[in-house]
Design a protein around this ligand. Sequence first.
Ligand code: NAP
Length: 231
Amino acid sequence: MAEQPVALVSGANRGIGREIARQLAADHGYEVLAGAREPDRAGAPDHEAITYVQLDVADQASVGRLAERVGSDPGRLDVLVNNAGIGGRTGYGARLADADLEDIKEVLETNLFGALRLTKAMLPLLEQSPHPRVVNVSSGAGQLDEMNGGIHGYRLSKVGLNALTRMLADDEAEARLLVNSMCPGWVRTDMGGPSASRSVEEGADTAVWLATLPDDGPSGGFFRDRKPIPW
Ligand code: NAP
């Protein structure tokens, strides 16, 4: 088994995931497996401790292959960041009366079932880690507290992802696996657009903090800017 702690980040070829991978490698000494649907198109890794691995979270075969690969090399997994996400085709102004069920299913397939599929596949390895952590990159769009209409699939997917956080935190309490949801804020990426208020460095910060929590850190919470926020 490798000595260095190992992190896996989904959707790490661009945007917030790419920056989470960079910070874990450059600032925290992790060997980082950076998930990319098309690793050959991801460009050069941002750090020598980052390796691109093929990962489509919507494809069970891809997830299964990666779990086998990580199990044999590097043979350990300490951190999983479920970051991969899509927004879907439905806008903020859309009404449920006009809901596009196919669009909703597509978004759930990546943002919710993708995270569940990947987590399930990696749990046997995470449970062997001395300090396992799972970070679910959620969104304020999934907060029930102030939920309003539009972006149906996206909102439903993040509500579901937050529920996964709660269930997994309960299941894995004895294994000392800390699992939390976070919202990166509005970030300048392909998804967030150029007018967003935050840089990718700012957007990645809370995810990296949660990925590197001490053993007495929180589990089963929802955070933005390193502070709890309502579900
Ligand atoms: P982004 O720039 O659009 O990047 C999305 C990443 O997810 C890409 O690497 C993409 O890969 C990957 N991805 C999509 N479908 C995938 C699949 N089936 N399997 C594996 N990877 C897949 O988005 P971002 O802004 O960095 O968002 C990252 C996360 O933050 C998402 O979960 C998003 O919901 C959340 N978030 C973002 C904002 C924001 O303002 N940007 C706000 C709140 C929450 P490809 O290059 O192959 O498409």
